[in-house]
Each structure stands twice: as C-alpha cells, then as structure tokens.
Ligand binder design. Structure first.
Ligand code: NAD
Ligand code: WQD
Length: 339
C-alpha cells in the first residue's frame, strides 16, 4: 500500500482526505503540529477506519524534523500539503505569522521532498486567488488578481513558487494545485468535522453554533449587493467530495505522462447566496433560524462560483452531496460536538 504524507492531516479538510485515501487503498501518514486542531481527531479517524492512522507531531517549517519523518517512513509515494494558517482577518493583523508559516512551510517541504526524491505533490490553494472576478463562473483561465489579504497572498505566492519549480525542470517535482471554493459539511459519521477555535469567521460554523444556542443570531453581511437576492454568492462544496478530489489528483500525478504544474477549481459549479444557505439550513435542521441583516463585511467578494468543467473532465470530479445534505451533515457534527 502506497504511503501518502498528509501535512495538516489532523485539520478539517486534511482529516476527511486521510479517510478517503485510506478508503482508496493508500496508507495516509499525518504530519501536523496541532496548531489549529486537536489530537482527538485521531480517535475519530481510528473509530471510522477501525485502525489507527500514523501521525507525526511535527512542524512543516522544521526541516530536520520533517527529514526525520521521511527517513522513518521510507518510501513515500506523494504528499498532500494542507498545513497552513487560514484566518483571513488574523493574517491582516499578523502578516509575518502567515508568510512564515504558509511560505516557509511549503519551501521547507519542497526541499525535503527533493532530498528524498519524492516527486508528487497536491497543494491546497483557494478561490481567493481570483479576487473579485470580472466574469462568472470562474475557470482556471480567469486571471488571478492582487490578493485582498496576506493569507490570500500566501496562496498566490505559493502557487508561483510551485510554477517556478516546475518551469525550472530541475527538481522533478510535479504539482496539482486544487483551488477550493467554500468547503462545508462533515463526514456522515459525525466523528470528524470542522473545529473552529473561538468565534467562527466562516458562515456555516457560525450558523450551526447559532442554531445550537452558542451564538445569539447570525448577521447576514449585506443584502445590497448586485446579486439575485442582494446577499453574497459563493460555491459551497461538501468536504467529502473535496477530499475525494485529492485522491484522484494523487492518482493523476502517478501517471508517467502527468505534467509538472496544473491547477483545478474544486467547487460545485453552483452559486448560492447567504440567504439561500440560511433557507437550506432551516430545511436541513427542521427548525426556524434566527438571523438579522447587517452591513457589508470589508473585503467581501460580491459573488464567486466555479466552472468545474476541467476538474470534471480531467479528474473525474463530481459532487454527490447537495447544499441541504451538506448543511445537514454540518448540523449533525455540531450536535455531536455539544454532547
Ligand atoms: P485547518 O486549520 O483545519 O487545517 C490545517 C492543519 O494544518 C491544522 O491541523 C494545523 O494544526 C496544521 N498546521 C498548520 N500549520 C502547520 C505547520 N507549520 N506544520 C504542521 N501542521 C500545521 O484548515 P483547513 O480548513 O483544513 O484548510 C486546509 C488547507 O486548505 C489550508 O492550506 C487552507 O489554506 C486551504 N483552504 C481552506 C479553505 C477553507 O475554507 N477551509 C478554503 C480554501 C483553501
Ligand atoms: C461566506 C459568506 C460572508 C459569516 C473565506 C476566505 C477564502 C476561503 C474561504 C480559504 C460571505 C457571509 C459570513 C457571517 C455572513 N478560505 N457571512 N455572516 O468569505 O467566502 O471565504 O473562506 O482559502 O479565502 O476568505 O467565506 O464563510 O467567511 O463567508 O453573512 O457571520 O457568508 O459575507 O458572503 P468567504 P465565509
């Protein structure tokens, strides 16, 4: 069974990907420093899989410790690099923290991969690289724009680093960068899911915490945008569908003819407004939901959703879970957290 190193594998998207890798017959090896996750995720994974997943508590910016992992594990067929900080607001206040972790982490990983002749990399990128797009839906050809936060800039620069590595022809490293839209939902078992620390910035954890009584009400950030109902439009993709795309990306990299750098949009192809999400959540949870309309949030993109033709045709990507099913799984996870 081929080993795939999953940096940030204890996190939200990483843990779901670890499961899908195991389901597809790979041996996932987690590398995580638990800066934004808890070790109990390993128990959830073990309960679902019926066996323990190997995990190294290591920081990706620590070259010696990372080398030790590669030496201990021996043959590693590929790496999926999730490990990064992701809070947009915090990145504005503490940009150095973000440039250090998200860029030094990637560069260190690439150096250790090269030293160990590990060539296949899947990189977590983001639709944030498109900024405010001129045309919707966005394809992979849609021009990227100046990032509107240091976090977004780390993703843009990381993609450029990977492009330069590929163009040099000198490292043998091939990368698929997956540009995620808005991942939501949790595994059907409700044994793993998103663990937001403090007050959630993201819409869906805020909604589930409000429904659970932890927050008083949701504020919809603006209903005066040029969108069908005036609220922002996003592309909410179930995390299990997203996780599966990483497995197919690894399989694509394993083919001898695969190219040195490729990007794919991973979303559903459907735009949903904030108010659509609220309505779908009411249906999914079976109860009315408390929200109010507030002012716009600074920096929000009015509308963005993906054209997923390339991922559908070339990765065989498909979404199997609707918005309502995704929200139902988020709600089930929230209820499990409350127990
Ligand atoms: P997460 O915070 O749940 O997971 C990231 C994991 O990486 C955490 O377990 C954290 O402890 C770990 N980590 C961070 N820095 C590390 C380091 N230096 N060394 C080792 N481990 C480290 O985040 P997530 O939502 O699962 O996101 C995963 C990736 O996907 C990130 O790169 C993020 O930028 C990207 N992404 C996320 C979203 C989203 O909305 N969740 C959207 C687009 C892209
Ligand atoms: C979704 C919508 C809000 C909270 C962020 C990052 C992006 C990417 C995905 C990593 C927006 C609205 C939210 C609330 C609200 N992450 N909202 N009330 O902003 O699309 O993207 O996560 O790469 O880089 O910026 O996601 O979940 O914060 O917001 O009305 O209390 O919900 O205005 O329209 P966003 P989000």
């Amino acid at each position: 069974m081929q080993k795939i190193l999953v940096t940030g594998g204890a996190g939200y998207i990483g843990s779901h990907t670890v499961l899908e890798l195991a389901n597809a017959g790979y041996t996932p090896i987690i590398v995580d420093n638990f800066s934004n996750s808890e070790e109990r995720v390993l128990q959830g994974l073990a309960q679902i899989l019926g066996h323990v997943v190997v995990c190294h508590k290591v920081d990706c910016t620590d070259a010696a410790a990372l080398q030790e992992v590669f030496s201990q594990e021996g043959d590693i067929a590929g790496v999926i690099h999730f490990a990064a900080f992701k809070a947009v607001g915090e990145s504005v206040a503490e940009p150095l923290k973000y440039y250090q972790n998200n860029m030094a982490g990637l560069v260190t990983l690439l150096q250790v991969m090269e030293a160990n002749k590990v060539q296949n990399l899947v990189f977590s990128s983001s639709c944030t690289v498109y900024g405010v797009p001129e045309k919707l839906p966005v394809t992979e050809e849609t021009p990227t724009q100046k990032a509107n936060s240091p976090y977004g800039n780390t993703k843009k620069i990381d993609e450029e680093i990977l492009q330069d590595i590929a163009a040099s022809g000198n490292y043998g490293i091939k990368t698929i960068a997956l540009r995620y839209f808005n991942p939501i939902g949790a595994h059907e078992s409700a044994l793993i899911g998103e663990l937001p620390l403090g007050v959630p910035n993201n819409l869906v954890p805020f909604i589930t915490q409000t429904a659970a009584g932890i927050r008083e009400s949701l504020t919809v950030f603006g209903t005066d945008y040029d969108t069908p109902d005036g609220s922002n439009v996003r592309d909410y993709v179930h995390v299990v569908d997203l996780a599966k795309a990483h497995v197919t990306a690894i399989q694509r990299l394993e083919k001898p003819a695969s190219v040195a750098f490729e990007v794919f949009n991973i979303g559903t192809g459907q735009g949903s407004s904030v108010l659509d999400v609220v309505k779908a959540f009411e249906k999914a949870s079976g109860k009315p939901f408390n929200y109010k309309i507030g002012p716009r949030r600074a920096g929000d993109v009015p509308a963005i959703y993906a054209d997923v033709t390339k991922a559908t045709q070339e990765l065989g990507f498909k979404t199997s879970l609707s918005l309502e099913e995704s929200l139902a799984s988020s709600w089930k996870w929230q209820q499990q957290l409350m127990k």
